[in-house]
Design a protein around this ligand. Sequence first.
Ligand code: RM4
Ligand code: MN
Ligand code: MN
Length: 432
Amino acid sequence: MAARFEIDAGFIAEQNRRAQAWLDEDYEHLAGQLRRRKVEIEALTARAQAFRVAVPSWGVGTGGTRFARFPGPGEPRDVYEKLQDCGTILQLVRSTAAVSLHIPWDRPEDARELREFARGRGLHFEPMNSNTFQDQPAQPLSYKFGSLSHTDPAVRRQAVEHNLECLRLGMKLGARSHTVWVGDGGNFPGQVHLRKALERYLDSLREIYRVLPEGWRLFIEHKLYEPAFYSTVLNDWGTSYHCVRELGERAFSLVDLGHHAPNVNIEMIVARLIQFGKLGGFHFNDSKYGDDDLDSGSIKPFQLFLIFNELVDAEQARIPAFDPAYMLDQSHNVTDPIESLMTSAGELARAYVQAHLVDRGRLAEHQEGNDALLALLSLKQAFHTDVEPILAMARHRAGGAIDPLGVYRSSGYRQRAAQARPAAARLGAGIV
Ligand code: RM4
Ligand code: MN
Ligand code: MN
């Protein structure tokens, strides 16, 4: 376990003092603009402060492509160092108190100690993630041809047992949800019996669901393709919806933005799952062609806004039991992961706040009156509003940084991390 080298609170305060005058000016200006639209800025700032998104433990290290991984300096070498980095992200942006752990990558020797370590940094764990898309050293049976849907019952049992271990560990760590993503599928037509494989998968999930601890939610994550390139067992939201309905009321579909074909209308999938009471949460990221792990909002910010438009619409309509869990799931290959995660958390908060700017009464009128253009423009007006002063003020009031990236870069955190975490001992974990 490495020594503490967190950013000093006094340093953040000093940087904030320098930025304060401009922030106040911009905030006042925006408040005036919004007042003309009959929007109270303080209500939006309160929403920005309420926004929460979990950071993936696997996101603080450099990811990798199918071809190579180019590690950056000072990467975390174990779960404690990952939590240090998550603590730094939280310190600066304030919206990321939850950390999503991936087992066995993050399996602790002592769960109680890990929980305490997290608590000391204002962090907690949510949700857990199992990994049956990779073989581990000393693992008796291979997942090469699948896990929860494998043709061999012994492999399925091993995969179920691994998920049960995640639940037990999660209980000790104070988590209350578990996400299952499997890489099961086929590379060749005919390789997998499509119906039988889904039935086996569902049977395995039933065993996990049966022992889901009280008060917990189970999330299942669909993915169109990869690592299987011809067919995937849980390939789309419809199949996911079928499965969670079969499982029971504590099972929900999780939407990973990058797990769809290009140009799929993800906001409509979100609306459907909300309507059917089965939206569990998100893995936020972005995608252009086939990669599922680019930074949130970096490629299609309007799509991100439209997704949040559905979410805020449901929130304001007080849809019963609507409580999606927000997580980031990104792979950082060419950026400092801490910078990417902070920026992405900001992009999500931006879309969330912008979605509150939609005049829903007017929009409903345009929809009723079939005025397609004004309906679009009422969304565009919200999307085009620069809400950065609101996000900065929300961070500042919550004790974070007005300019997280600027403070992070001038703090020397990465340089200290590089010294304290020599490269030789670094783990080579990647991301799928
Ligand atoms: C997968 C999927 C899962 C994540 C792994 C690492 O593509 O998105 O959520 O756990 O990657
Ligand atoms: Mn994911
Ligand atoms: Mn993914």
